[in-house]
Ligand binder design. Structure first.
Ligand code: RIB
Length: 316
């Protein structure tokens, strides 16, 4: 029998596109309070688009993106930005709603508060994506800034096609129910969460562990997925459901802005996994990249390229 051709590895991100309007403030406004900022800056953002850019910059595998932007100048510039990063936008729809916008304030410690006006992101449609995007060898990346049922359908299509699925549970949908999460994880291979998302996933799944390590191990065992928890300066926790969880260190950096650091992690992790890396090795590379992404303002504007990540990894 002739040998079957191996499918080419690739990363396929299905998710949100936003334009980020960013203000720097001394302290983030509390409810009922007004704070002043000298100006705002405009950046390309959206968790989905950010993750696609991070993957494209850090790996050599092809990256494609699907989602929706409005028929407006912001949408056209976001589409061009993805194309300029060599990302295939053939499945990026133009929708009736306006392009998504994120209103971001960053305090003097680099911490942020974000409000997203979803707009066109609510019109992202998994059913409209070409079948060729779902294939063995492909790694699908999902986040939670488009309708949950659309992400779920994309995950199920990729599982059926024999590809792998990474879910970033960010932000945790307000109305997410226990069975929604279970259905999504049944079609997933890796769940990436931050500390609060890890706690939320555990609560929803009726798990009572109080420590992140124990919670990650319990979730991994319950759903047969790898759990990766990003813990900021405390590094990254990896639980594969079989062995004890392990901690990988973050790179110490001077933090200017943490916006997009989690997205950098997810995109770089997906690129490494698609390129053949083992889960822990991909997470180690992604943790270093996420630290590097905190050194300057903006999400995509701060994401490192492969050479920079390699240099930081070898400088250890
Ligand atoms: O994760 C950071 C992103 O969240 C920003 O780029 C913003 O658009 C929001 O979606």
């Amino acid at each position: 029998m002739p040998a079957m051709a191996q499918p080419s590895p690739s990363v396929f991100v299905f998710g949100s596109v936003n334009i980020d309007l960013v203000c720097r403030v001394a302290a983030i406004a509390r409810p009922g309070e007004t704070v002043l900022s000298p100006r705002y800056e405009q950046y390309f953002g959206g968790k989905g688009a950010n993750q696609a850019v991070a993957a494209a910059r850090a790996s050599t595998v092809p990256v494609a993106f699907a989602g929706a932007v409005g028929d407006d100048d912001l949408g056209r510039s976001a589409r061009d930005q993805l194309s300029n990063e060599a990302i295939d936008t053939g499945n990026l729809r133009t929708a009736a709603e306006r392009t998504g916008c994120a209103f971001i304030t960053i305090d003097r410690n680099g911490e942020n508060a974000i409000t997203v006006a979803s707009g066109a992101n609510l019109e992202a449609m998994a059913g409209a994506i070409e079948p060729a995007c779902f294939a063995a060898g492909c790694v699908l990346v999902l986040q939670m800034e488009i309708p949950f049922e659309q992400s779920l359908l994309a995950a199920q299509r990729m599982k059926t096609a024999g590809g792998r699925v990474i879910v970033n549970l960010a932000p945790v949908p307000d109305d997410l129910r226990q069975d929604d999460l279970a259905r999504l994880l049944a079609a997933s291979d890796v769940l990436v969460v931050n500390e609060s998302e890890l706690a939320a996933a555990g609560r929803l799944s009726q798990l009572a562990e109080s420590e992140p390590d124990a919670m990650a191990e319990a979730l991994a065992a319950k759903f047969s997925v790898a759990i990766i928890a990003t813990l900021g300066a405390d590094g990254v926790l990896v639980a594969d459901g079989e062995t004890a969880s392990q901690r990988l260190p973050a790179l110490p950096v001077e933090v200017v802005d943490t916006t997009g650091a989690g997205d950098t992690f997810v995109g770089v992790f997906a690129g490494a996994l698609a390129g053949g890396a083992l889960t822990a090795d991909a997470a180690r590379r992604a943790a270093v990249a996420a630290s590097l992404a905190c050194r300057t303002l903006g999400a995509q504007s701060a994401m490192p390229r492969a050479e920079e990540i390699d240099a930081a990894l070898s400088g250890r």
